[in-house]
Design a protein around this ligand. Structure first.
Ligand code: AVI
Length: 377
């Protein structure tokens, strides 16, 4: 509980501890670090739709409806990624927890359905029980804390509340923030508390794949700068197509028969129509997704089937027949790519686990000596 007091005592000015809207989670400590970003949707949409190669930023795929559609995607027979990661975590949660210190704060970047986290929390609890039993004492000297970080307040509240109800003995602290902003906050709190806790940063869901390669390298480098030597990173990433996994498998995962991925992609235009009152002729657009082998990534677009124009944020947009709006990349990795990414940014790859079909990997890295500036350039 000391840790919570340290958190509460050092809230930044912008933070608000919100604890009234959902009575059953009134005890859940909740930190809010996000500012008001309503204006940027309009600016970003105009900038992207007037660019030479049109684009909409992938973060705008995830409004409430988009997040619900993504949850449906994770259940689709073609979308193997979520089940593959679950299989790895189910099988290796004990091995993962064995590799971390007793005194450990589990940070999760993105609040998902909680199924994978549940396994990790169970493994932490099991270790605690076993140690207490073997020392035949009631006390335990581990200092576990679970800290999910997510930009979506609603999602974060719901998933963290569910986990807190199930794991009442594990202190939890939800942080509503961008990932790195959240990690920075936690690191500052660790310093203020003078804690020796090791951070286990879990980046699930192959979300790393939605960054460009250079954004991923910058993300790794910035994360490393925040961590202490010896902190660890657990990263989930989807594998490139090759001898093991076919291009067709990847194609199907992003072009499902039910059309849920298409609805997820098209939802971004519905969102612009609703939130920015843009009269976009939605029937003119179709979902396009394909695997680009040379870049090792799936690319998502909205393709216009006929010439159309509309007004958005005070600007006029014209789109030719056959023109595409880029909405998302989903990069795929082989282990060599991951090793290079890690070693150039100050991480050492310790272990890699794969699912039984070898479609997906979970990597365990430790923060080494940060590389010199020259090395990262
Ligand atoms: C969230 N992210 C890891 C998903 C992916 O597979 O890249 C998003 C997604 N887009 C279409 N289907 C799933």
């Amino acid at each position: 509980m000391l840790i919570f007091m340290a958190f509460a005592a050092t809230l930044p000015d912008t933070a608000a501890v919100v604890s009234h809207s959902l009575p059953h989670i009134a005890y859940l400590p909740f930190i809010h670090l996000r500012g008001d970003e309503r204006d940027s949707l309009s600016e970003d949409a105009v900038r992207g739709l007037r660019a030479e190669h049109k684009f909409l930023l992938p973060k705008y795929l995830y409004d409430k409806r988009g997040s619900e559609l993504f949850e449906q995607i994770t259940e689709l027979p073609e979308y193997y990624l979520t089940r593959a990661e679950q299989e790895i975590i189910d099988r290796h949660a004990g091995d993962i927890i064995e590799k971390v210190q007793q005194d450990c704060w589990l940070l999760e970047l993105g609040a998902g359905s909680g199924k994978k986290t549940r396994r990790l929390l169970q493994a932490l609890e099991e270790r605690r029980k076993n140690q207490t039993a073997s020392s035949k004492r009631d006390d335990n000297n581990d200092n576990i804390l679970y800290i999910p970080i997510d930009i979506s307040e609603e999602f974060l509240r719901e998933s963290c509340a569910r986990l807190q109800a199930e794991f009442s003995a594990i202190p939890m602290q939800a942080v509503c923030a961008d990932f790195l902003q959240g990690v920075e906050y936690v690191v500052a709190e660790r310093n203020i508390a003078g804690s020796q806790a090791q951070l286990l940063v879990y980046f699930p869901g192959s979300t790393i794949g939605n960054l460009t390669r250079s954004e991923a390298a910058t993300f790794f480098a910035n994360l490393r700068r925040l961590l202490r030597k010896g902190d660890v990173l657990l990263l989930a990433a989807d594998m490139s197509a090759g001898e093991i996994k076919s291009v067709e498998t990847l194609h199907a995962a992003y072009n499902d028969a039910e059309g849920v991925t298409a609805a997820f992609n098209l939802n971004i235009l519905h969102r612009l129509s609703g939130e920015l009152s843009a009269r976009i002729p939605l029937e003119c657009y179709k979902h396009v997704a394909f695997y680009n082998e040379s870049e090792s990534r799936v690319e998502l677009y909205l393709e216009s089937m006929a010439y159309n124009t509309f007004e958005i944020g005070g600007a006029r947009v014209a789109i030719a027949a056959g023109e595409r709006i880029h909405t998302e990349y989903s990069h795929k990795f082989d282990t060599a790519m991951i090793e290079t990414l890690a070693s150039t940014t100050g991480f050492a790859l310790e272990t890699a686990w794969q699912d039984s079909r070898r479609y997906f990997s979970v990597y365990f890295f430790s923060a080494t000596d940060a590389p010199s500036v020259e090395e990262t350039l």
